[in-house]
Design a protein around this ligand. Sequence first.
Ligand SMILES: C[S@@+](CC[C@H](N)C(=O)[O-])C[C@H]1O[C@@H](n2cnc3c(N)ncnc32)[C@H](O)[C@@H]1O
Length: 250
Amino acid sequence: MEGMEYLYELFGSMPRGGPGNKRSTRRAFELIPALPGDPFILDIGCGHGVQTLELAHMSGGRVIALDNHHPFLDILMEKAREEGLDDRIEPVCMSMLEMDFEEGTFDLIWSEGALYNMGFPEGLRKGRTLLKEDGYMAVSELTILSKDAPDPVMEYCKREYPPIRDVQGNLEMIRAEGFHLVGHFTLDSSAWLECFYEPMEKELERLEGKYRGNETALGFFEEMRNEIYMYRKYGQFYGYEFFVMQKRGR
Ligand SMILES: C[S@@+](CC[C@H](N)C(=O)[O-])C[C@H]1O[C@@H](n2cnc3c(N)ncnc32)[C@H](O)[C@@H]1O
């Protein structure tokens, strides 16, 4: 896809690949009432793996870190070595659309800002088959947060992510796909601004200089700036909702 190389260059030099922060990873993890002492975890679309490292620290278990972009996994494993976690994190470069783990393998499946790549319901369905009985799944998903979202926001959200739902719609999906809801919360604005868009703005400035005259690159960066503008203006109407759920028997 045109522009992908600029996207990878932009994200490669950022601290993480999407809105989020350690606080929200911890908060979601702490909603889980019980896990085995040495849980087996799958982190889908792990990117640079800020949350993967946090999961390995908090759980004491083993984590498969899955992403289809190898350089992100390299960044993750360098940090894992620095933090002495490389023996408990296994990088797997694979598309989430082609995951071929055995059914009933994992105690916990995690995905921050990435499951949409296979679709929220499709991702839940696949996750459910890969979970052990009573296993847990935690997913952050772009969600409409307010019924009062003005038309430009709804148009923007529907254009950028056509299947976007409100919180209620996602909760219904979770039930329909065979899970009990454990809890959910909205990521705070610092997860978007301080941890994601502010570092992005710095990188955009650098890359816009580097690619001066390259219309494809500059067009792509302008789209990213528009995304930031929209969030700053309308971020109270949409955001990431973190859903934590447990597989229930059919
Ligand atoms: C928005 S980023 C989120 C990264 C990370 N979870 C975080 O919160 O920082 C989405 C990630 O999904 C990965 N991704 C996109 N499509 C994928 C696919 N089909 N299979 C596996 N990973 C994919 C991207 O490479 C990227 O790292």
